[in-house]
Design a binder for this molecule. Structure first.
Ligand code: SF4
Length: 352
């Protein structure tokens, strides 16, 4: 995708953490927590598209919900235009930052027309009077390429295809004239044949309107197609980030390599080279050291003992992996035994 001019961060996550308390059906709170997101820092540059990629349970959707202020972070901060959110109402924030959810089949109310869905945020936020509503609704539908707009405005959700419903959901998000769109797996429930149209719509919105977009996905191939930068998450943590072409052409973290080896790629001439093992970790008791070490074919002793530092690899690429720490001792670099590494089922990195 052609990148528009990328500017300073509009929205930032600084050290965001979300731990969900574990409750027992009979005992109530147990004191244990699920480490859904741990210490994630991320900046969304103005007019840029940032992809957050990871398998189910990586924390990417929880991160998006915290950025939408649907979930309260356990710790860390969210900054809009470099300033904290103290004193800013949710309604004022929602005018600037909107979330589009994964499921277009449940995000629209089946008893209301498209016009109702689009007119409501316009009225709630005082952005259109009764006399202007039809024009404003038509403009929103035209922005998401649902024309003739007056016909689509009269339809009900059951009369629309999945792709058309998701376009209505995007139009509804655009009603408040946001600067940031958080798109949580916006195409994963759609037929493959119509996914590309939705991705191109997001690219157009950035290009035409300068929208800042967070694209959350388990599909690293679509992230490469759409995004300027990719952040890869695993077990609630960021493990690699950088410009999309660099992360996908030269992945530095074994987990990113595994995601890429599982993604369909018509240009690839060699078979996938990484063989993963094990299952996603228990996030109530996440593995010590590198959280990927029980599944990593390249794991060393140090990986099970110490959290890997974040290495700056140049050209904007960073990676949290001991392989990129050159001054390891010989002892630290010894391979993990099979028992230390753990065994498990085959990986399913593209599971939704
Ligand atoms: Fe694998 Fe070790 Fe790197 Fe983790 S730190 S990804 S276990 S090599």
């Amino acid at each position: 995708m052609t990148a528009a001019t990328v500017k300073a961060p509009v929205l930032e996550a600084r050290g965001l953490t979300k731990h969900f308390p574990v409750r027992h059906a009979r005992l109530g709170a147990t004191g244990a927590v699920v480490h859904a997101v741990d210490n994630v820092t991320l900046a969304l540059p103005g007019s840029g598209i940032t992809a957050v990629v990871g398998e189910s349970g990586s924390g990417k959707s929880t991160l998006a919900r915290m950025l939408a202020r649907l979930l309260q972070p356990t710790s860390g901060a969210i900054l809009l235009d470099g300033a904290g959110l103290r004193g800013q109402t949710r309604r004022a924030y929602a005018r600037q930052v909107q979330l589009v959810l994964q499921d277009p089949f449940s995000s629209l109310n089946p008893v209301h027309s498209v016009r109702y869905h689009l007119a409501r945020p316009l009225k709630v936020h005082g952005l259109a009077g009764e006399a202007d509503l039809d024009t404003a609704v038509s403009e929103l539908l035209a922005r998401v390429a649902l024309t003739p707009a007056d016909q689509f405005a009269r339809k009900f959700p059951h009369e629309l295809s999945g792709g058309q419903r998701q376009r209505v959901a995007i139009a509804r998000a655009l009603a408040t004239r946001p600067r940031v769109l958080l798109a949580d797996e916006p195409v994963s429930m759609l037929d493959v044949s119509i996914r590309l149209g939705l991705l191109n719509l997001l690219a157009d919105l950035r290009q035409r309107d300068g929208l800042t977009i967070l694209y959350v996905t388990h599909d690293i191939a679509s992230a490469r197609y759409l995004a300027d930068t990719i952040t890869v998450m695993y077990a609630g943590q960021v493990i690699e980030s950088g410009p999309a072409p660099i992360v996908t052409d030269s992945p530095s973290h074994p987990y990113t390599q595994l995601l890429l080896s599982a993604a369909p790629d018509p240009d690839r001439t060699q078979p996938p080279s990484m063989l993963g093992r094990g299952a996603p970790p228990n996030l109530i008791h996440p593995p010590g050291g590198c959280r990927f070490h029980p599944r990593c074919p390249l794991a060393m002793r140090v990986c099970a003992e110490q959290v890997p530092p974040v290495a700056d690899l140049g050209n904007g690429q960073t990676c949290a992996c001991w392989l990129h720490v050159p001054d390891r001792t010989e002892e630290q670099s010894r391979p993990l035994s099979a028992d230390q590494a753990g065994k498990g089922a085959a990986m399913t990195p593209n599971s939704p």
